[in-house]
Design a protein around this ligand. Sequence first.
Ligand SMILES: [Zn+2]
Length: 175
Amino acid sequence: MRCPYCTGEDTQVKDSRPTEEGSAIRRRRVCPDCGGRFTTFERVQLRELTIIKRSGRRVPFDRDKLSRSIEIALRKRPVDSERSERLISGIVRQLESLGESEIPSSTIGGLVMEGLRALDAVAYVRFASVYRDFREAADFHEVLGEIATGTEGPAAASGAGELPPVAGNVVPRKH
Ligand SMILES: [Zn+2]
């Protein structure tokens, strides 16, 4: 594994242990060239997944990108990292079990929305507001109504969106 700091080739594993309920191995690594420390995760990948974006472009599925989108939605929310990790792992397993190697980005968006709605209402609204590209206050009210009733609105069925960008400015400021 190449060092992310100095690009040295020979990093060493200092510690290796199971994590995420045994579904992954976490390794602490150190670079003998620059002393840099970093962590890697080894996970089972049942199949290579390709995401079909709204534009029709195909990109490899990126678990880290999914993870960042969910972390942004959950920022400063009272949800511990173990539960958010379980959500991410659960979404990945659902994608893998679809039996398709190419998956529309809207499918992932739908799974994230379902998961966040169960986990934290505020995170759900944050994600939904970016994912569905809210333009009017009425859109917010529609989603808030969904949370209250637990039903999907018509926008959910037609929401062929992308995962939101990971830029920090997509999250509403803390008041
Ligand atoms: Zn290094």
